[in-house]
Ligand binder design. Structure first.
Ligand code: SF4
Length: 437
């Protein structure tokens, strides 16, 4: 297997497949987003997503030639914060302030939380779901809708599954790429800077986000700049702190910055769900209200095959109105795809994530220090830290309303559709032969 596609069986995502198929033939088409299938061009771009590259940019800022100076901005995913909270032995807000203090000692000028961007992704996913639901009778690709926030899943869909799945993927940009757009197309304007004068680093729980950042559609060839210039994993940042022998106690606690430039502390909040922004929960509640006039307060999951394959249904008078599923990890994704091929997917929406357990288990932070395996104790501690944050619905976030009006000219505008959406395409050159799941 490894000789064929260099599939890294030490990775949890790949192990997932490997264990299922041990003893049976695995096809090349089952290869996921491991380095083995990266083109030379992609490998080069990914190699620039590194600490060395950030250090190069920081070093240029110290040189006399001001034409090469850049303003450094870092955006932190809410899934990375619990990692630092556990590692620092602090609560999540204090850990965020210490991390911000560390990034600012490096020379980063602004530090943001990406929850605001995730709010845009959720609202746009909700709107797209309603549109797809309403055209389901005359568009066979409208439903099921698959969520689009996980680059591991997206890459697998585009490269391996192709047109079976790509028209079903929600076009809303992921939180990472909405954040990229906010920093390069809104914040830089507020700062009276051209986008290429801003170097945007994103701190994320997984390596797959690097692959997303280098996608063509997020590159401005005229200005030679990306919406997200560099993705660093939580683990990479923590390693840097260890290398520099940083003492957390001695770090300044610095509040995060507001994208809108307001003064005062940023109150950290989270979205619903188990740590991956809760697209399923938000769309489910929104659709229940918008399509059937029903208020859903509590969501009850039904475990199907395991904790990572769950279902939620909305019923009225014995009739099933909505049926959604959360499918995490490639083993469960394979089951889903198998059913899709047979035309037996009863769901209108599926939240798909490639890591078993979701984003807190991303391999850029959840791997044990010995390497290779996920650290279950760490994941549990991260889940506790994450759930300590209060929940806030994106619908009631005033910053989102302001940005829709001032930056995007309204929710239904062309600007919102261009900047908050993208496209996913079939990149599988041949239809995979019979898949042996
Ligand atoms: S599920 Fe895993 S690969 Fe996908 S976005 Fe989350 S951490 Fe990254």
């Amino acid at each position: 297997l490894m000789n064929i596609c260099k599939l890294d069986v030490s990775c949890s995502k790949h192990q997932d497949i490997y264990q299922v198929h041990e003893g049976s033939q695995l096809l090349l088409s089952a290869c996921l987003s491991c380095d083995g299938c990266l083109s030379e061009e992609e490998s080069l771009k990914i190699s620039q997503q590194s600490l060395e590259e950030v250090e190069r940019v920081l070093a240029l800022n110290k040189k006399c030639d001001v034409s090469k100076h850049k303003v450094l901005v870092a955006s932190i995913c809410p899934q990375s914060l619990p990692f630092f909270a556990v590692k620092f032995g602090l609560d999540i807000t204090e850990a965020a302030h210490k991390l911000c203090g560390f990034l600012k000692t490096l020379g980063v000028q602004f530090v943001f939380d990406t929850t605001l961007a995730a709010g845009f992704s959720i609202l746009e996913s909700q709107r797209e779901f309603i549109q797809r639901y309403r055209r389901r009778h005359h568009d066979s690709h409208a439903l099921p809708m698959f969520t689009s926030s996980c680059p591991g899943w997206i890459r697998y869909s585009e490269r391996v599954l192709g047109s079976l799945v790509t028209p079903h993927i929600c076009t809303a940009r992921s939180p990472q790429q909405v954040m990229g757009c906010l920093v390069k197309k809104y914040f830089s304007k507020q700062q009276k800077l051209s986008p290429e004068k801003v170097y945007h680093v994103l701190v994320a729980p997984c390596f797959d986000k690097k692959l997303e950042a280098v996608r063509e559609e997020f590159y401005n060839s005229l200005l030679e700049t990306r919406d997200v210039d560099c993705v660093l994993t939580s683990g990479e940042i923590y390693c840097l702190m260890e290398q520099r022998k940083v003492s957390v106690e001695e770090l300044d606690s610095v509040p995060l910055d507001h994208v809108l430039g307001e003064a005062g502390d940023v109150a950290l909040v989270r979205h619903e769900g188990r740590g991956s922004e809760g697209f399923l929960e938000h769309v489910f509640k929104h659709a229940a209200k918008e399509l059937f006039g029903l208020d859903v307060h509590e969501i009850t999951y039904k475990h199907l095959r395991n904790r990572d394959f769950q279902e939620v249904t909305l019923e009225r008078d014995g009739e099933t109105l909505l049926q959604f599923a959360a499918v995490y990890g490639f083993r469960n994704i394979q089951t889903l795809v198998h059913r899709m091929r047979k035309g037996r997917v009863p769901y209108q929406l599926v939240e798909v994530l490639s890591c078993p357990g979701g984003c807190l288990s991303g391999r850029g932070q959840a791997e044990s220090e010995a390497g290779g395996k996920v650290d279950k104790v760490l994941i549990q501690q991260m889940e506790e830290a994450y759930s300590s944050l209060p929940i806030r619905l994106p619908e009631v976030n005033p910053a989102l309303h302001t940005l829709y009006q001032e930056w995007l000219q309204g929710q239904d505008s062309q600007q919102a559709s261009t900047l908050l959406h993208t496209q996913y395409r079939n990149q599988s050159h041949t239809q995979p032969p019979h898949m042996q799941w």
